[in-house]
Design a protein around this ligand. Structure first.
Ligand code: HBI
Ligand code: FE
Length: 296
C-alpha cells in the first residue's frame, strides 16, 4: 500500500488562495480517509441532493444514480472508473489540486478527468475557494456519463492544447468558455431552466441563486459572446449563459477555433454584468449585490 499522500495546503490569502499547481497523479487513498471526511461527504451530498431536486438537469441526478453515488461514503475512484470504462471511456485520475493549464487540457484531451483526492475540512463545509473532491466528484463526474457532454469535454481539452500553442489571448477565451459552461452553465429543458455547471451544483447558495434570483442576467448561449465575457471567481456569477441542449454545446465547439480567436483579438472583452443589444435575454438582472470590480 503506497504511503497515503498528505494534503499540500494551498496558501490562503484574502483574495482566495494561491493554487498549489502540481502535475503528478495521486492514487486515491480511500483507506486513509477519516470518519470526518466521510461525514463531510455525507453532509454535503444529502444537502445538495435535497436542494437540487427540480433544479439540476435530469441527466445529472440520473447519472449520480448510475454511479451508485450515495451519502454512505466517499465514492471509490476505481468503482466510478469501472462504470466510465464501459460507457463513455473516461477515467478519473487523482490529483493534488489545480493543474497547470496545459496538463489539465492534456488530461481532458485523453478522456482523463482530474479529481482532487482530498475533501474539505468540516470548518470549510459551506465554502472552499479551490476545487476539492466534493466539487469534482459530486459536481463534474456525473455528466461524464453523458455521451455528448463527454465528447464536448474531450473536444474542449483538444482545443485547449491547441490554444496553448496559439497564445495567452486564446487561452483566456477558452477559460471563459469552460467557466460559463462546464462550471456555471444552465440548460433549458422541457420542465424549465435547470443547472448543469459543476460550480453551481456543488454550491448550496448558487444552486438557488442561479435559477431564482432576480439579480443576475440570464442569456442564451453564444460561443463568441461567452469567449469575450469576463467573470468573477469569488462571488456568484453576474450573468448565466443558457444552452438548449448538450448537442448545441458540442456543435458550437466542432469548428476550429483559430479563426474565432483571430476575430475576437480586436474586440473588447465584456464586463461580467453587461448586456449587449445582440443578446437573447431570458432575464435582465437587477444587479442587486454586485461588486463593481475584480472581474477577469
Ligand atoms: N486543474 N485539477 C484542475 N481542475 C480544473 O478544473 C482546472 C485545473 N486547471 C486549470 C483549469 N481548471 C481552468 O483554468 C480551465 O479553464 C483550464
Ligand atoms: Fe471545476
Amino acid at each position: 500500500m503506497s504511503q497515503a499522500p498528505r494534503r499540500v495546503e494551498s496558501l490562503q490569502t484574502d483574495k482566495g488562495y494561491v493554487p498549489v499547481y502540481t502535475t503528478e497523479i495521486v492514487e486515491q487513498p480511500w483507506a486513509s480517509y477519516a470518519p470526518a471526511d466521510h461525514q463531510t461527504w455525507a453532509t454535503l451530498f444529502r444537502r445538495q441532493r435535497e436542494i437540487l431536486k427540480g433544479r439540476a438537469c435530469r441527466e445529472f441526478i440520473e447519472n449520480q444514480e448510475r454511479f451508485h453515488m450515495s451519502p454512505d461514503a466517499i465514492p471509490r475512484f476505481d468503482d466510478l472508473n469501472e462504470v466510465l470504462a464501459r460507457t463513455t471511456g473516461w477515467q478519473l485520475v487523482g490529483v493534488e489540486g489545480l493543474l497547470p493549464e496545459l496538463t489539465f487540457f492534456d488530461h481532458l484531451a485523453n478522456r482523463r478527468f482530474p479529481v482532487t483526492w482530498w475533501i474539505r475540512r468540516p470548518e470549510q463545509i459551506d465554502y472552499i475557494a479551490e476545487p476539492d473532491l466534493f466539487h469534482d466528484l459530486f459536481g463534474h463526474v456525473p455528466l461524464l456519463l453523458n455521451p455528448v457532454f463527454a465528447d464536448y469535454m474531450e473536444a474542449y481539452g483538444k482545443g485547449g492544447v491547441k490554444a496553448h500553442g496559439i497564445g495567452a489571448e486564446a487561452l483566456v477565451n477558452l477559460t471563459r468558455l469552460y467557466w460559463y459552461t462546464v462550471e456555471f452553465g444552465l440548460i433549458r429543458q422541457d420542465d424549465g431552466l435547470r443547472i448543469y455547471g459543476a460550480g453551481i451544483v456543488s454550491s448550496k447558495g448558487e444552486s438557488i441563486h442561479s435559477l431564482e434570483s432576480a439579480a443576475p442576467n440570464r442569456i442564451g448561449f453564444d460561443l463568441e459572446r461567452i469567449m469575450r465575457t469576463r467573470y468573477r471567481i469569488d462571488t456568484y456569477q453576474k450573468t448565466y449563459h443558457v444552452i438548449d441542449s448538450f448537442e448545441q454545446l458540442m456543435e458550437a465547439t466542432r469548428p476550429d477555433f483559430t479563426p474565432i480567436y483571430a476575430h475576437l483579438a480586436d474586440q473588447p472583452s465584456i464586463p461580467a454584468g453587461d448586456l449587449l443589444p445582440s443578446d437573447r435575454v431570458l432575464q435582465r438582472g437587477t444587479g442587486e449585490g454586485w461588486l463593481q470590480d475584480g472581474d477577469v
